[in-house]
Design a protein around this ligand. Sequence first.
Ligand code: 9MG
Length: 371
Amino acid sequence: MDEIKRSVLRSPADVRGFADFEGPLYYAPTGFIDHADDPNTLPLAGSRRGFSALEIIRRREGGGAESMILPLLALEGWVQNSGRVDEINAVLDRLMAKRPDYAGLDMASCHVMGIINVTPDSFSDGGDYNTTEQSVARATAMIEQGASIIDVGGESTRPGADTVSEDEEINRVVPVIRELASKGHVVSIDTRHAGVMEAAIEAGAAIINDVTGLEGDERSMEVAAASGKPVMLMHMQGEPGTMQADPKYDCAVLDIYDYLLDRIESCERAGISRDRICIDPGIGFGKTLSHNLELLSRLAIFHGVGCPILLGTSRKSFIGKIDPKADPKQRLGGSIASAVNGWRHGVQMIRVHDVPETVQAISVASSTSIV
Ligand code: 9MG
């Protein structure tokens, strides 16, 4: 039992039950309506996206959690009864505040990050020269199609993928990063190895994207801090090879929220200020289908930590669990649906394989948004 059960509120006493609760509460914005169209909403992280209610969540003894949804119009009365005036004001401030620019990008908009895997199996004809050339060509096309960031990786973190040496990873990614950065493109290095981070930054990478939240290599935190570059901290339970064996949480959404907050505090202690940090719940990394779906339905809770959010769902296996006929290249529909869901929750960056389709979907969703 590790999910969040929504309480059925039958009387004011049920609502008061949450107000009397003395343990920690968590707050997930919901009821999304474009803020620019409805002044009764509050803006999500300074964007046009708005929320009209808060889901208030508390852990249950023995695992899982329960929640109630309170429209913003009823919040003030509840806050007075709960004695949490300062806490809620601080939470609302963090949920609403516009984030500073991140790697030079305006965080009031939703950016698409294109994925470039510089691994031999990503390109049919192999060979180092071709792989570099083709990666650069593919990334350049993604930029023309509307990607703001290119995420370059030289090691696959899929379960069961071959491991590569740090030198080989560097040989794969550095020429691609150097070429893209020299043309002024914003490049992130997808790696969990400190030596690769150093080489990538020297080649011009602007962002460090680490699926281990800077915990995978004992030098990563120090290298990231010294680089002065922004970092992406992702949550993963376990190791890529075994993480899907039997993932377990008390409550996935709340455990991952606490983990990311804890990692942000560790970064701050190491000298990485909050305006250099972006967080990512790590869809598919040590999570069952129901963990992934709980996370996707409460993504906006992560605005509570006060940093931009990155979402990666593109072609992932949770889509294949919902539609078992779809192998990874046939998961475009699910990838787009989950990207638009991320946009609705106000995430600032979405990591995808299919750039033009995602850019178009978000443009159409933004142009037609009322809900
Ligand atoms: C490298 N990589 C693969 N999936 C990812 C995801 O969801 N987030 C981030 N930050 N990196 C990822």
